[in-house]
Structures are given as structure tokens and as C-alpha cells.
Design a protein around this ligand. Structure first.
Ligand code: FAD
Length: 408
């Protein structure tokens, strides 16, 4: 893969072109805000939703606002992977870009890395920040786009950035005649969220002891998923369920529905919660919210339209207009802080797009390489957590446990 210095010179992005950002979820909004700060492009932002309604509590990783390599690599597992995968110069480049982020945006990012925050607060705050900056307005369009709509958008010199999330609009349009999505189904799960009226924190001992009587279904607070905000604890837990159970459940329901229809699954959850109550003398505030979701680890094999450009498919609109996938459109994992990952990729791409002399071919190569390295990081962490979960679920059953281990 050519690097910036040894690549041939080639076509660069003209100044004054447009960047079309498809999808104004957290990642599309951040990217629009980053690009808005430069006057190199006109920024267009397309979104099908009229309102931001997702209230689930999400967490942003502190590495997003790191100011040194040491503070970037503090995460217990991920830090080592980052040091193994990325060159120090690549990490330094990322840190340098953070220094250039405008103070109004950096203030928000810093705030969100301190604790949990509702997803729609992140979306609304970014959206308001974009609208408040009047010097370089972002032009917005509301309504769902089709892939054909997206193909009709770019004029010569424009860029298209797909931030439409895990069901990406363009992911499978970027390789001539082939699907572009790699997906591993890790498990089917119920994601149970509730508010609890006392401080409660959970570690591996707690997960084990509170599940001792749960022979089959285990309620496991998800990675770093309890958060005490000063008066209540936000708890998110997952229960692994078989595919047959998954098929028979609606996509969203409450605790009572689960108790009536899947009493064994409900019992494991209720036992766990009863033990929390015994230990901390508190109770649940409101009801349980339950969604059933497949937990998928996935990525775009190509995160840009590089292959279309190289194939010389002159009749394809994206052979001429560069396309980039960012956020869940590019990759995702249920066991990774995907918003932070999407923000990190958005920062990297904004850094590339704002280098006026960088040839387009080099830009796409560098983005592909960056995304591939991020994928290695996400894949390793996700597989390790899944393995640990599998092992945890059979602690006490020595032979089943041994079957899960491959040692040397
Ligand atoms: C239960 C649960 C808990 C989670 N907790 C966390 C967490 O704690 N931390 C974390 O980092 N991540 C978490 N995630 C993942 C996180 O929500 C996603 O990674 C994040 O929302 C991805 O952002 P995005 O902007 O890439 O995509 P999305 O948030 O999916 O945004 C895509 C946007 O594009 C719009 N769009 C889609 N198609 C079109 C179209 N055709 N035309 C126009 N607009 C379109 C959508 O309306 C949407 O606004 C969680 C996910 C779930 C399900």
C-alpha cells in the first residue's frame, strides 16, 4: 500500500467542492461539525429522521480527548492493541488533529467522556452547535435517501460520506459486482436496561455470585455498563438467548411480558436483580426495558470507492466521486465503544480531507489502511470478550469449561 510520501502525485480535491454527509446520527453530525470549521468545502447533511428520540445512555471513551500517547493507551486491553497495531507517528498525527478541533466542539467531547449521556443529547447538542455557527452554514435536507438518490448527488470534485449506520446505504455499492459486508453473528441477546435507586457497581465476582442459581440463562451486566449519576444507577445487562427464542419474541417489550412468555429467562434476570436489592437495599425505578437484538461484529471490506475508481467503471457515478464510509456504516461491534470509534474515524477522515495537496488516491489508500487497523483492534477485543463470556457462562461445569479452552 503506498504511503503519503512514496505515492505518485495525482488528482486532488478542488477547493470549493461539496461534501455530502449522508446520515445525521452522532458520527455524521460530528463529521459535519469538523468539516464546517474549514471553508474548503460546502457541507451538505442529509437525514431521514425529523427528531432525535434515542434516549439510551451511552458512554464515550476518554481516548477521544487524549492529549498524549500515554493517555490514549490507558484502556486495560485496548491500549496494548493500539500500541501493537499503530505506529507512534500515526498516533501522534491523531493527537495533533485533536489539538486543531475548535473549542466549542472540544468542550462537548470532553463533557461526554466524563460519564454516561443519553444518545439524543449528544445528537441534539451537535446539531445545535452546527446550526449556531453562522459563518459557514451546513445545508441540511430531511428525508430518506435511496442509493440512487445518493448516486445522483455528487458533481465533479464532490465527496460523498456515508454515515447511515449499521444498515449502511452505500456499503454494498462500493465493489463492482460483489457484496462488501463481512459479518459474524456473535450471539442473540436480550438487552435489559433499568434504573436502580441506589449506587450499584458490578465486577466479575458479582456477575458470578449473582448468577450461581441461573443454570442456563445468565444475566450479565454489559461491559462497563453500570453508571451512578448521583441519585440513580443506570444498569444495562445482556442475556444470551438461543435463536429459537429470538424468533419468537417481539423486538421490544417490558419485564412483565418476559415473565409471562419466557419465565425461565425472566427468572434469571429477576434473581440477579433481587440479589442486587438484598446487597444494596434499593429498588428498581420504573420498569425494565428490554430489546432483543442479534449481536453482530461486522465491517465493510472496502471503506471507500477505491475499487470502483481503479476498475475504471466509467458509467458508475462513484467511479469518479470519492465515497467514504464512517461510523457504523464502516464497522461495528456490540462489545466496543462504537460511537467513539466512529468519532475517531471521522476525525481521521476530516484530517485527510482538509489537506489540500493530498492526492485522492493516497487519501483513499490511507483511509482504507486506517480503517483496517481499527478493525483489527475491534475484532481482537470483541473476540476476546465473547470468549471470556463463553467461559464465564460455564464456570462450575469443569468439562464444558475445558472444551472452551485451547491452550498452546
Ligand atoms: C442498546 C445499544 C446500546 C449501545 N450503547 C453504546 C455505548 O454505550 N457506547 C457506544 O459508543 N455505542 C453504543 N451503541 C452503539 C451506538 O449507538 C452506535 O455505534 C452509533 O449510534 C453509531 O452512530 P452512527 O452515526 O454511525 O450511526 P446511527 O446512529 O445509526 O446514525 C445513522 C443516521 O443515518 C440516518 N439514516 C439512515 N439511513 C438513511 C437514509 N437512507 N437516508 C437518510 N438518513 C439515513 C439515520 O436516521 C441515523 O440518524 C449502542 C447500541 C445499542 C443498540
Amino acid at each position: 500500500m503506498p504511503t503519503h510520501s512514496d505515492a505518485p502525485r495525482g488528482e486532488t480535491l478542488p477547493s470549493g467542492g461539496a461534501v455530502h454527509v449522508l446520515g445525521a446520527g452522532p458520527v455524521g453530525l460530528l463529521l459535519a461539525a469538523l468539516l464546517q470549521s474549514t471553508d474548503r468545502f460546502a457541507v451538505y447533511l442529509y437525514e431521514k429522521r425529523r427528531e432525535y428520540t434515542r434516549t439510551r445512555m451511552v458512554q464515550l471513551a476518554p481516548y477521544l480527548v487524549a492529549d498524549s500517547i500515554a493517555s490514549y493507551c490507558t484502556d486495560y486491553i485496548d491500549g496494548e492493541s493500539v500500541e501493537a497495531i499503530f505506529e507512534p507517528s500515526e498516533l501522534a498525527e491523531g493527537l495533533a488533529f485533536r489539538q486543531s478541533i475548535s473549542p466549542d466542539l472540544m468542550r462537548l467531547l470532553r463533557q461526554w467522556t466524563l460519564g454516561f449521556c443519553p444518545l439524543n443529547v449528544i445528537e441534539r447538542s451537535l446539531s445545535e452547535l452546527i446550526d449556531a455557527r453562522q459563518a459557514h452554514p451546513v445545508r441540511r435536507a430531511t428525508g430518506g435517501l435511496t442509493a440512487q438518490d445518493a448516486m445522483a448527488l455528487p458533481r465533479p470534485g464532490d465527496v460523498v460520506i456515508d454515515c447511515t449506520g449499521s444498515n449502511s446505504l452505500l456499503r454494498d455499492q462500493l465493489v463492482p459486482g460483489a457484496a462488501n459486508t463481512f459479518k459474524l453473528r456473535l450471539e442473540y441477546a436480550l438487552v435489559v436496561t433499568f434504573l436502580y435507586g441506589r449506587p450499584y457497581d458490578c465486577n466479575e465476582y458479582c456477575k458470578y455470585y449473582k448468577n450461581i442459581e441461573n443454570a442456563y440463562y445468565k444475566f450479565i451486566p454489559a461491559v462497563n455498563r453500570t453508571y451512578y449519576d448521583g441519585s440513580i444507577t443506570h444498569v444495562t445487562g445482556i442475556i444470551n438467548i438461543p435463536a429459537e427464542d429470538f424468533e419468537r419474541m417481539p423486538s421490544r417489550f417490558d419485564g412483565q411480558w418476559l415473565r409471562v412468555n419466557f419465565p425461565d429467562v425472566a427468572q434469571s434476570m429477576d434473581r440477579f436483580i433481587a440479589k442486587i436489592a438484598l446487597e444494596t437495599q434499593g429498588e428498581i425505578v420504573g420498569d425494565l426495558e428490554i430489546v432483543r437484538i442479534p449481536l453482530d461484529l461486522f465491517r465493510a471490506r472496502n471503506a471507500t470507492s477505491r475499487q470502483l475508481r481503479q476498475s475504471g467503471a466509467a458509467d458508475h457515478p462513484f467511479a469518479g466521486a470519492p465515497v467514504f464510509l464512517v461510523g457504523d456504516a464502516a464497522m461495528g461491534s456490540p462489545y466496543f465503544q462504537s460511537i467513539s470509534l466512529g468519532f475517531e474515524c471521522a476525525m481521521f477522515l476530516a484530517g485527510l480531507l482538509t489537506q489540500p495537496d493530498l492526492p485522492l488516491a493516497v487519501m483513499q489508500d490511507r483511509y482504507e489502511q486506517f480503517i483496517y487497523k481499527q478493525w483489527l483492534r475491534v475484532y481482537m477485543r470483541s473476540k476476546m470478550i465473547k470468549h471470556n463470556k463463553d467461559v464465564f457462562e460455564c464456570v462450575g461445569d469443569t468439562f464444558t469449561l475445558l472444551e472452551k479452552l485451547h491452550i498452546y
